[in-house]
Design a protein around this ligand. Sequence first.
Ligand code: APR
Length: 235
Amino acid sequence: MTGMKRQKIAVLTGAGISAESGLKTFRDSGGLWEGYDVMEVASIDGWYRNKERVLEFYNIRRKQAWQAQPNAGHRALVDLEQAFDVVVITQNVDNLHEKAGSSQVVHLHGELSKVKSSIDESYVIDIADGQISLGDTCPKGGQLRPDVVWFGEMVPMMEVAAQHVEECDILLIIGTSLMVYPAAGLAHQTRPGTKIYVVDPSSPEIFGLTDVEFITETAAKGTPALVKRLMNMKA
Ligand code: APR
């Protein structure tokens, strides 16, 4: 039918949706953090302690992420746009949602392919799969750093994300342990009665919300099946 307002679906994704694309999650066994101390490579204090180590860590991650391909989970979210107004809110710093073709993606924790000046917030550049080193600076002389949000930093996109979640009719949560705030609190921004679906092989805990359906499958398997169900409900 034309002229009818489409239902809005917000999708909160985490590292789990990219696991089957070959990118490791943070908190699963064998996860990325195991070889590195989180607080050394992903906190603002770690940056001040050893910029070279942090730059190297992100140079490696940037190359890996650039080579990765979206999987059936990312692609299913693109199909969902045929019937719904879809916004993807991702905690991931890879660009697999964009690569798959999602048209509205909010990056809560920044993007690996971008770097910014550490003294001038407005200076952000796209470096694709490039590398940055100590001594690479913005025109004002500030050291360049990854445009990602570290522990101890503000999450500038949080308000935009919360607004989308408040407006949505259905919320999907895919591949996130919901252990990192403020992102983990987004489910609680839904209006009463909003249906929530969680796709994750190890059901993360969501306190205080009742209308939650857990689909204990991987993203590449569970998301296409869920998308099919939602599209059929619509038809
Ligand atoms: N499909 C779906 N989910 C999966 C899969 C898969 N194939 N494999 C693992 N998972 C799930 C795990 O069960 C877990 O719940 O993905 C989740 C991964 O959780 P985390 O590793 O904690 O990743 P995430 O929630 O994205 O972390 C949030 O923490 O370190 C910060 O900034 C970083 O954005 C990151 C944030």
